[in-house]
Design a protein around this ligand. Structure first.
Ligand code: GLY
Length: 364
């Protein structure tokens, strides 16, 4: 097992990464639960598969263990589900010293964290991510929240968990497409922060997909969490450098919006967004065409798309990018690679160059 610490002074917390950790979870987080009531929040898909084992383990140390199950899917990520979680917690008798445990993917973690941040003006929570995307990105760093009809993640809070328990055995049950989407975030982190992780992913793609080998998976996930933890420790609330974690996301969110959230998964949209951003970096002279192609080859090795889907015009994508909350003061904020392992934040890229980069990566 590996342990990574997110250093945030008195709010520092551990991320445990290993295969089969669920069996010994009480040993890892028992001290956070002893004598407290716990509410495990999970979705309808995971209820049968994983909830009974987690309930059994946590019962060994908590005073009482309750459950709150919401319908699986992004459509649940709304304020009414936060109200439902909080009301369930009140009925179960949870108080300010109780602990919410998120057992699930990104939607579950974001909502459970947000519920914990507002329940009785703030209680505590622990993340047990079950998807690769949640393990390497959304469960680490304290971004919590829900969607509004007007857009994704528009209401939320920065609220850090007390611990994150990553059991890579969950990945053995994931469909290949979902696993690929998680790798989009790993490749993103490598491109912006770490050429060594990038080279590791290039060399070990065959061991990571479609069947994740435990040793290589633990290595890749721990490395990615260490890198993300470093960024979060330096800029928790995204006032500057944390924004580089949004590499590929500004283009990606726009592509998701233009295609109505039905054609491409989030991770796939991020992969396409990275491919567009890299072409833009080539035209601005930041990286060579070979570097952009090296990135795209790795994305393809993890079965990710690198072309903008048909029917998604460059103008529509650029317009949707303008609505992204990651912009600042009305200026489009773009994260662009400067080499494999380094990226920068840019706000003055000419509109015509952005349009050309999208067109260059559009399906012919
Ligand atoms: N997912 C980007 C971040 O946590 O900042």
């Amino acid at each position: 097992m590996n342990e990574v610490i997110v250093e945030l002074e008195e709010r520092s917390y551990p991320i445990f990464v290993g295969n089969g950790l669920l069996k010994t979870i009480d040993g890892l987080i028992g001290e956070h639960l002893a004598g407290r009531s716990v509410c495990i929040v999970t979705d309808s898909n995971l209820k049968e598969r994983f909830l009974p084992d987690v309930e059994r383990s946590l019962s060994r140390c908590a005073r009482a263990v309750h459950r709150c199950v919401f319908p699986a899917g992004e459509a649940s990520k709304r304020l009414s589900t936060i109200e439902a979680i909080c009301r369930e917690a009140v009925r179960a008798g949870l108080d300010r010293n109780s602990v919410f445990v998120a057992l699930g993917g990104g939607v579950c973690g974001d909502m459970t964290g947000f519920a914990a941040s507002v329940y009785m003006r703030g209680t505590r929570f622990i993340q047990i991510p079950t998807s690769l995307l949640a393990m390497v990105d959304s469960s680490v760093g304290g971004k919590t929240g829900v969607d509004l009809p007007e857009g994704k993640n528009l209401v939320g809070a920065f609220f850090q968990p007390e611990a994150v328990v990553i059991d890579t055995a969950f990945l053995e049950t994931l469909p290949k497409r979902e696993l690929s989407c998680g790798y989009a975030e790993l490749i993103k982190t490598a491109v912006i922060l770490d050429e060594t992780l990038f080279a590791f992913l290039e060399a070990d793609a065959g061991a990571l997909l479609p069947h994740p080998a435990p040793a290589q998976t633990i290595e890749a996930v721990s490395r990615c969490c260490t890198l993300k933890a470093g960024v979060v420790a330096a800029d928790e609330k995204e006032s500057s450098q944390r924004a580089i974690l949004n590499y590929g996301h500004t283009f990606g969110h726009a592509i998701e919006a233009v295609t109505g959230y039905t054609k491409v998964e989030h991770g796939e949209a991020v992969a396409i967004g990275m491919s567009v951003a890299a072409r833009l970096a080539v035209s601005l002279g930041f990286i060579s065409r070979e570097t952009a192609e090296r990135q795209d080859a790795l994305l393809r090795a993890f079965a990710l798309p690198v072309t903008v889907p048909e029917g998604c015009s460059a103008e529509a994508v650029l317009q949707a990018m303008g609505a992204d909350k990651k912009n600042s003061n009305g200026k489009l904020k773009l994260i662009l690679p400067e080499r494999i392992g380094k990226a920068g934040i840019h706000t003055d890229v000419p509109r015509e160059m952005i349009l050309n980069a999208i067109r260059e990566r559009s399906a012919q």
